[in-house]
Design a protein around this ligand. Structure first.
Ligand code: URA
Length: 219
């Protein structure tokens, strides 16, 4: 099974390398297909490659990535355990915001990676990935609050977070994001414990049986 997942993710990566679905490949240096553990319980989605990612072909390998790794530590996670992807796989010129057309063109890669990895929790980093799952939500109002989302015929838990680049710019946001990552670690531990105790594969069944998760608005 593990090999199948890895193979499926390699196929997606190759499709990203070959992608001509929007013009961004013309100005980008390297494609950034995404990286991580095929068995990840937590799947992170950022915005788009920046300067360093475009140079190296690796997501979150610059300053925001270093901070993301520190945040992961607060959740008791390592980079090797999780999967990290972006809404866009080629860098937009001058780090401008992704356009709707670019997001739509890139969508199949992200959707397939989520389908293959089947994470327990999808962490959205910033407003663009938040809008994919919770289009009417404001990051300032929903950060750190996990909720169920039906996506591609399956149920996922989406855990909205600020983008680490916002934390680099603003100390108050950084303090909030640190708390949110600590909460993510606690939440994941409770989820795994409850699933073990109930022997349930269904996340919603677990949350129905676990008061703590209800307090965390996981309904
Ligand atoms: N910011 C992102 O959104 N993604 C990266 O990979 C790097 C910085």
């Amino acid at each position: 099974m593990v090999v199948d997942k890895r193979e499926a993710l390699s196929r997606v990566a190759q499709m990203v390398v070959d992608c001509r679905r929007c013009p961004l490949y013309k100005t980008a240096n390297k494609p950034v297909p995404g990286q991580g553990n095929s068995e990840a319980q937590v799947f992170f989605i950022g915005e788009a490659p920046g300067f360093n990612e475009d140079q190296q072909g690796i997501p979150f390998c610059g300053r925001a990535g270093k901070l993301l790794e520190e945040f992961l530590g607060l959740a008791g996670l390592t980079r090797a355990e999780v999967f990290i992807a972006n809404m866009l796989r080629h860098r937009p010129p001058d780090n401008r915001d992704p356009s709707e057309a670019e997001i739509a063109a890139c969508r199949p890669f992200l959707d397939r990676q989520i389908e293959v990895v089947e994470p327990k929790i999808i962490v959205t980093l910033g407003r663009f990935s938040l809008a994919k799952f919770l289009p009417d939500s404001l990051i300032s109002q929903v950060h750190g609050q996990p909720r169920f989302v039906d996506f591609a015929g399956k149920e996922y838990i989406v855990f909205p977070m600020y983008h680490p680049a916002a934390s680099l710019r603003n100390g108050k946001i950084k303090a909030l994001e640190e708390k949110d990552f600590i909460k993510l670690g606690q939440f994941l531990a409770k989820l795994n414990q409850a699933q073990e105790e109930t022997g349930s594969g269904s996340l919603r069944q677990v949350s129905d049986q676990d008061k703590t998760e209800k307090q965390m608005k996981l309904i």
